[in-house]
Design a protein around this ligand. Sequence first.
Ligand SMILES: Cc1ncc(C[n+]2csc(CCOP(=O)(O)OP(=O)(O)O)c2C)c(N)n1
Ligand code: SF4
Length: 520
Amino acid sequence: MLSGNEAIALAARHCGVALGVGYPGTPSTEILENFSELGGSAEWAPNEKVAAEVALGVAFAESDSLITMKHVGFNVAQDLFFTAAYSGIQGGMVAVVADDPGMASSQNEQDTRSIARCGGLPVLEPADSQEAYDFTKLAFKISRKFKTIVIIRTTTRVAHTTSIVEYSGEIAPLAAADYRKDIPTHVMVPAHAKPAHKVLRKKLAEMQAWNNAEGPNKIEMRGSDLGIVASGVAYQYAREAAPDASIFKVGMSPLPIEKIVEFSKNFKRCIVVEEGDPYMSELLRANGANVEERAQAWRFGELNVDRVRAQIANDTSFEMPVRKAKPPALCKGCPHIFSFQPLVELGLIVAGDIGCYTLAAMKPLSGMDMQICMGASIGMGVGMRKVLPEEKARKVVSVIGDSTFMHSGLTGLVQAIYNPPSTGHVIIIVDNSTTAMTGHQENPATGKRLDRSETSKISIEEVARAMGAKSVAIFNPVREQAQFKEHLIERLKAPEISVIILRQPCILAAAAEIKRKAKQ
Ligand SMILES: Cc1ncc(C[n+]2csc(CCOP(=O)(O)OP(=O)(O)O)c2C)c(N)n1
Ligand code: SF4
């Protein structure tokens, strides 16, 4: 019995993956943790783009890499993916991108399939843990066959649901790494990229033909009244909601369009059941398939058997009963509470960021005014300070966590120091010495690797000083809250960039560390 994430990790071990690299993000985080526990070499990178760069280096060196991230992390890494689709690769590279339809723990519910299509990359969509295992193995085969990065799109239920997996249990030997000089293939200047784009389009057509002929798709012919085209976990819901319907289960994109168009002609009515964007439904209709237009209602949130029953009944008014759940809140005694209290007391405008500390936006603190994406707090704060009247501008502070600062706050600080607002700015780094939000992973500022072994620790204060921050101060938000508040009041009046580091470990991470040490 394995979760989808565990099955992917196991398959990656069995494929002889030389390096797993990624950045934490629900619901993808456990893949690399499991891969490491299974003896694989795994690393947390500072962000998803760096992870993709490292994974591409491995694949350029004819070896195999696995990269993992959540859907929004895919955006961060896009600059690499779009052009690496042109260059192609010499080894194997598989990127697992975990979507979060319904936004259980994300700021949006974008659909990786639409983005991968824009970038010219194939996508596999497992429907359960067995397929998570099988499709990971297949993904490496496709990657080497077509010399392309392959995306595995999971969604929350596939990633976290446990089901039976049968597997071969053999760990393949690592591919011998080598590098053969091939400048036109690897250096994407216009003269090389122009033909490379044509190569990519040809490759996509070949992948589509292969998918039509022998791709991981399944047709279950039953009744002729209703035909359903489904992919990923939506297939499971459709099978249960309509046991008599015929189903075309899609496993891979570029879609096996010809086959689906043929399938759709057999039915009085044919619908598409998919989680996320009307990705298949729009492409199929554009290609003349006999499928219904998918109502807008079905693109919001996660699907389940009841919602698919409602889609079959064309009942767009159907609403899932709202389950009473405790709203998310900061833990009792969390250091972030002590960090935010003075900001609230001073009535500041807080440009915030993503992490446990985002929960400070909730009642009773209501201490964060904006949060959009990782690393944005510093740039947003600088932008506001540049246009607000001086008195109000001086109330703006940026607040960012240690992991988020390492992820994409560094370049925000560069901007603040390079183009400072005339009022200066105050940047508060809430350093709880962990990546708490996603389950307490290490990051470059904790001095520990993914497997908790010691490594170089990047000093936030030394980085800030080296970048040119005129004032860098460190406080313990719990024990030195009054001193922090006094210093903050002074820095709000200062004309330069001030960095304040509030350092106190997350209480849960500290407790877990004590337990780990006791076990050793
Ligand atoms: C681009 C992107 N990658 C990953 C995530 C998932 N994620 C949310 S917050 C966070 C890091 C939080 O760590 P930190 O900044 O140290 O704050 P803490 O939770 O420890 O308070 C991560 C990895 C995300 N939302 N966006
Ligand atoms: S897990 Fe840690 S950082 Fe997150 S709310 Fe709890 S104590 Fe605070």
